[in-house]
Each structure stands twice: as structure tokens, then as C-alpha cells.
Design a protein around this ligand. Structure first.
Ligand code: GN1
Ligand code: MG
Length: 366
């Protein structure tokens, strides 16, 4: 039996693990779909947690347990009719919710959502609309959850001040002598750095509230069923207190980009206004009655902000020698950063139209 299947067997699963498929879409953890015999049995998702990044595995696990429990309860109570499927951690045979393998690695297991699929790129407006509804529902279901009970699994995760500090420090130290390769991108960042403090400032001055937020709302973290209905939100590692604008913005970054996250042909990288409009419509159907005026006013900008800050992180990682994100070729992080910055540019050009779409939708949904 392979090591992966042996580890899968450490969890309280029903049936025999008979095979696995590696899922390659995440940049942080290693994920495997575990097949179970007899065929047709419930399958599982086994993950090796990247504990270099998530250093406190018990705290991480505790957050996920709280969130999955809360969402399951609220789903049953508030939305019994919709096809959403519950996600939950599978205990080990020793009744723990993660498994230390003796080699310093930590593993965990979720139920695999039967028949589901996710999209690295959005197929069209119907999927974007469904995705928006799913994250709007996530907001609705987690509103009312005790924020103080959630740990900050990654401190200052979307804090522009600390991200810019790390970037500037890396530029100054230039550990891999790569600064010379990124002159245009570095200038691009500095020209926009000031404006990018907007959300943090509004938050600090109490004008936008802290909420329970997902913080990694990449479109591929939404699972769809075969009828193209969104049925689950996954990747709960970064669910913690945050600003809802981060969740909206990151979903647009990935859900309304006409190209892939690392598209090399920058001409293909544009904000797709139909996808933007469809996602926003879906999101506001649930969120419209929850968000404050100040939050709504920043929704269009938040897309630019999140695209900028993820580009900033890709570039910092490139300059630092690619220690954080998994990469598939030497300048992968530089390419990802260029793609993000091209998308920021496209959003800047379309900013009045994006603002109008949001304000029209808000009039309908508030
Ligand atoms: C990482 O693991 P994945 O691919 O869901 C990263 C996100 C970035 C994203 C960029 C914990 O997410 O913050 O937005 O890559 N997750 C962490 O694609 O850093
Ligand atoms: Mg993630």
C-alpha cells in the first residue's frame, strides 16, 4: 500500500482506500482525493498541511472545526431548501482531527463532495453568478458567529502595511539578485502604494466592521455540482476576522479575469465586465442586506486592491527566491505578478463602469 493510502487509513473512514489522485490547483497545501472500495463509497480529501506557513496546526484545526460546525447548523436552520453540502473534518482513529506522521508532517481529512468540480477559470456568467451567491451565502451563514472565538491563523494576512514592508525589505536586501529583473513591476507598486491603504484606514477608523471572513476566495474554492449550482465553499484555513472587502475583491481577481492567474500573454488579461457584473449580482443577493454603506462604496475598489496585494506577494516571493508559493518554473512568481498588475491596470481603466454596476445593484438589493 502506498504511503498516501496508509496515511488515509489512519482516519476513521468507511471502506478500504483503493487509490488516490493528486489535486494540483492549490499553491500551499498538498491535496489528494482518496478513492474507496467498494466503488460508489464516500470518498475523502486528504491534505498535508503546509505547517511552515500554518505553524500552529491545533489552532488552525480548532478554527476549522468551529467554522464547519457553525455553517452546518446555520445551513440546516436558515437555508434547508438549497443544495449546499456540508463539509466536515474526519477524525483519526485516535479521535484527533489531524494526524502527525512522525516525519514532522501533519495531515487532515475532509469528506469529498461527491460529484463536485471546481474551476480555475470561470466558464461564463452563470457560474460567476452562482459563485457570487455562494460567497454571499457564506457571509450570511457566518454573520452572527462569535468573531472573538476565531484565532488569526495568519497574522496580518491582507495587511497592506506589513506586505509593503516585507516587499521593500526584500528589495533592499535583494537576496537573489532579482531586483534588476523587476524594475517595471517595482515602479508599478510604488506608484499605487498610497491608494492601496484605503481599506485598512477605513477599518482602523471603525468605518468598516470586522466580520468572519474566508480570506482566500479564489474562484476554485467554490465547488459546483453537475447542474452548475454552487454547493460548497472549501479551503477554510484562513477563515478569521477580516474585512468583507477582501473576500469580494479576491473573488473578482480570480472570477472575472479573462485569463488565467499566471497567463503569460498579457493581452489576454482583462477584467471581464460580464463576469464582474454576474458575480456582484449573485453576491449582493445575500450580502446586500448585510453590508454597510461604507462597505458597498468600496466593493469595486476592493477588486483592484486584492489583485494588487496578491501581485505584490507574488513579486516579493519571486525577489526572495520563491520560498512561499509553489512554482512550476523559475520565473513563475514574476509571471503571476505581471498578470496581476495587468489586471489591476484593466480594472483602473474600467473603474467608472465597475462603480456603476455596483451602485445600480446596491439600489436593487438594499
Ligand atoms: C494561496 O492555496 P491557495 O492556492 O488556495 C494563498 C492565497 C493566494 C493564492 C494565490 C495561505 O492560496 O492567499 O491568494 O495562493 N494562500 C495562502 O493564488 O497564502
Ligand atoms: Mg488556500
Amino acid at each position: 500500500m502506498s504511503d498516501i493510502l496508509k496515511i488515509a487509513n489512519e482516519f476513521s473512514i468507511r471502506g478500504e482506500p483503493s487509490g488516490f489522485v493528486r489535486i494540483d490547483s492549490g499553491h500551499i497545501n498538498d491535496s489528494y482525493r482518496i478513492r474507496i472500495s467498494p466503488v460508489g463509497s464516500q470518498e475523502y480529501m486528504l491534505q498535508k498541511i503546509n505547517h511552515r506557513i500554518f505553524s500552529d496546526v491545533p489552532v488552525l484545526t480548532c478554527n476549522i472545526l468551529k467554522v464547519t460546525k457553525h455553517i452546518s447548523e446555520q445551513l440546516r436552520r436558515q437555508e434547508p431548501g438549497i443544495p449546499f453540502v456540508e463539509l466536515f473534518l474526519i477524525p483519526t482513529r485516535n479521535n484527533m482531527f489531524f494526524y502527525p506522521d512522525g516525519e514532522g508532517n501533519f495531515w487532515r481529512m475532509f469528506n469529498f463532495i461527491d460529484g463536485s468540480r471546481s474551476f480555475d477559470q470561470v466558464p461564463g456568467p452563470e457560474h460567476a453568478y452562482e459563485g457570487g451567491r455562494a460567497f454571499g451565502l457564506f457571509l450570511k451563514l457566518t454573520t452572527g458567529m462569535d468573531i472573538a472565538g476565531l484565532a488569526e491563523t495568519l497574522k496580518d494576512f491582507h495587511n497592506i502595511e506589513t506586505r509593503l514592508e516585507a516587499f521593500r525589505r526584500t528589495c533592499a536586501e535583494n537576496p537573489c539578485k532579482r531586483v534588476e529583473m523587476a524594475g517595471n513591476e517595482i515602479r508599478f507598486i510604488e506608484e499605487r502604494a498610497e491608494e492601496m491603504h484605503t481599506i485598512l484606514r477605513l477599518g482602523r477608523s471603525g468605518q468598516i466592521p470586522l466580520r468572519v471572513t474566508h480570506n482566500d476566495t479564489k474562484f476554485n474554492n467554490i465547488l459546483f455540482n453537475s447542474h452548475n449550482k454552487a454547493i460548497c465553499i472549501v479551503d477554510l484555513d484562513t477563515v478569521m476576522p477580516g474585512y468583507i472587502l477582501y473576500d469580494f475583491g479576491d473573488a473578482i481577481r480570480t472570477g472575472a479575469n479573462s485569463g488565467a492567474e499566471d497567463e503569460a500573454d498579457l493581452q489576454k488579461v482583462l477584467i471581464d465586465m460580464d463576469l464582474f457584473s454576474a458575480y456582484s449580482k449573485g453576491f449582493l443577493e445575500y450580502a446586500g442586506g448585510i453590508l454597510t454603506k461604507a462597505e458597498k462604496e468600496q466593493l469595486a475598489f476592493s477588486a483592484r486592491f486584492m489583485t494588487f496585494i496578491i501581485g505584490l506577494r507574488f513579486l516579493t516571493d519571486f525577489l526572495d527566491g520563491d520560498n512561499y508559493f509553489k512554482t512550476r518554473f523559475p520565473a513563475h512568481n514574476l509571471q503571476r505578478a505581471r498578470t496581476q498588475f495587468k489586471l489591476v491596470q484593466s480594472m483602473e481603466e474600467n473603474s467608472p463602469a465597475m462603480e456603476k454596476i455596483i451602485s445600480d445593484l446596491c439600489k436593487l438589493t438594499s
